[in-house]
Design a protein around this ligand. Structure first.
Ligand SMILES: Cc1cc2nc3c(=O)[nH]c(=O)nc-3n(C[C@H](O)[C@H](O)[C@H](O)COP(=O)(O)OP(=O)(O)OC[C@H]3O[C@@H](n4cnc5c(N)ncnc54)[C@H](O)[C@@H]3O)c2cc1C
Length: 442
């Protein structure tokens, strides 16, 4: 009899689990005794730690994603969004890949025997006036490409306008949230914009205003208190306006109001103030904790539920190295959990013993622009060039597939000899504009 494993989400956990299952259950897959289906709206896995470098133009965006079909032959990839799961019935509802607003939706019901639930997290937003209309997150490759084009476009606008207020707005860039996504994205984009100013004789890099707004009294908690403080100083030395213990109160018409009383207009508002579990959890019959994460056991099964596994940002996995606490939502845990999860699914299918997930957080590395970084790993603190070098070597070693490692290395090598591209291709988002203009009757 054939068994069907359904994997919801093809990110870190989903892709690595599928790889592990393929490796260990090759024969069953080939003989048709096992079927694996992976559902994700995208046909690729995104290596999120490289998004800031992709936004800064150090890496080709295509090189920071991995094709699921290419690395998972034998696994059925279904491009769609799971909209609900009835685990009691072993059924998932999938809205097959969105085709366009006017086109009818196609809803499919997928039956399965064993569930691996890993749809990750989404940006955690607040009901701040104007945020939904004008803000942008930094979690996807589309957002990273958009921001790169947008920042360069702002320089184009500032250099071309004769209106002082338009120029001031265009040259003001605001990031809310001082975790690694926000700090790395801001630092990399500022670095790129500073380089780009060289090609704008009418712009002085000092005219740009980059602001980081953070609600707590520190940034980059992942690298520890000391290195977080050092990062604040390093960013301030670069002229970046770091506002700690400050909240964004309003963003209507991109006229920002901060909790410290300051008000100013901006052309760019990036929201990176943390993540929350994917709201899909509420459309399932899986047990949730008070933060809407799926309750998980140390063996990465869903608590009190048969034939369901979970891990990554969506799951409240007990941290066995810190009793009473849960694993933080990061790639370091996600990749390691996926390996244990894969082994445990194999054990469950073969009637074997499940093992517990245990990993002590090793610290973190972050890039702050070309040749700049900060790191604290196993208690070793690094700043500047050594930290940046460590960031690159660590993430290169973690990047899935030899193909992607080679391409990323090639991008970095070329960047040693040639300056980065400073062209905004924002018109790619509006490809029909020119043609519409051409078809206009005069
Ligand atoms: C900019 C950035 C930088 C980061 N840098 C670091 C770092 O340096 N170090 C570190 O440890 N961590 C870092 N992280 C965090 C890390 O990337 C995440 O913790 C990790 O990706 C979590 O893995 P996951 O599998 O749980 O979720 P994800 O990798 O996010 O995967 C979730 C998948 O589910 C899919 N999905 C969503 N909804 C549905 C649905 N309804 N149906 C089907 N599929 C769905 C998504 O498309 C996605 O492919 C960074 C994150 C960001 C955004």
């Amino acid at each position: 009899m054939s068994e069907h494993v359904l994997i919801v989400g093809g990110g870190y956990v989903g892709m690595y689990t599928a790889l592990q299952l393929r490796r260990k259950m090759r024969r069953r897959l080939r003989d048709g005794q096992l079927k694996i289906t992976l559902v994700d709206p995208q046909s690729y896995m995104t290596y999120q730690p490289f998004l800031p470098e992709a936004a800064a133009g150090n890496l080709e965006p295509r090189h920071v994603v991995v094709s699921l079909r290419r690395v998972l032959p034998g696994v059925t990839i279904l491009n769609g969004r799971v909209t609900g799961i009835d685990h009691a019935l072993r059924e998932a509802t999938v809205r097959v890949v969105e085709r366009g607003e006017d086109e009818p939706e196609e809803i499919r019901t997928v039956s399965y025997d064993l569930l691996v639930f890993c749809p990750g997290s989404i940006s955690r937003t607040l009901p701040i006036p104007g945020l939904a209309e004008h803000g942008i997150g930094f979690k996807t490759v589309a957002e990273a490409i958009f921001l790169r084009n947008h920042v360069l476009r702002q320089l184009d606008i500032a250099a071309s306008t004769t209106d002082a207020e338009t120029r001031r707005r265009a040259l003001t860039f605001v990031f809310v949230g001082g975790g690694y996504a926000g700090v790395e994205a801001l630092a990399e984009l500022e670095d790129m914009a500073r380089d780009a100013c060289e090609y704008y004789p009418d712009l002085d890099a000092k005219e740009m205003r980059w602001v980081l707004v953070e609600a707590s009294d520190r940034i980059l908690p992942e690298v520890g208190v000391d290195m977080g403080k050092w990062t604040v100083d390093a960013l301030r030395r670069r002229g970046i306006d770091v506002r700690l213990q400050t909240l964004l109160k309003s963003a209507e018409n991109l006229d920002l109001v901060l909790s410290d009383g300051e008000e100013f207009g901006t052309g760019t508002l990036v929201w990176t103030a943390g993540v929350r579990p994917n709201p899909l959890v509420k459309e399932t019959d899986l047990p949730l904790d008070d933060k809407d994460r799926v309750k998980a056991t140390a063996e990465l099964t869903v608590e009190g539920v048969d034939n369901a596994f979970t891990a990554g940002d969506i799951a409240a996995v007990p941290d066995l190295t810190k009793p009473g606490e849960f694993c933080a939502p990061n790639a370091q845990h996600a990749v390691r959990q996926a390996k244990v999860l894969g082994d445990n699914v194999v054990a469950a299918l073969r009637g074997g013993q499940l093992k517990a997930y245990k990993h002590a957080y090793a610290g973190s590395v972050a890039s702050l622009g070309l040749h700049k970084g900060v790191a604290q790993v196993y208690g070793i603190k690094l700043r500047g060039l050594p930290a940046w070098f460590m960031h690159r070597t660590y993430h290169l070693s973690r990047l899935p597939t030899l193909n992607r490692k080679a391409r990323v290395t090639a991008d970095w090598t070329l960047a040693l000899f040639f300056k980065r591209e400073v062209v905004s291709l924002g018109t790619l988002e509006r490809p029909r504009e020119e043609f519409k203009l051409a078809t206009k009757k005069y």
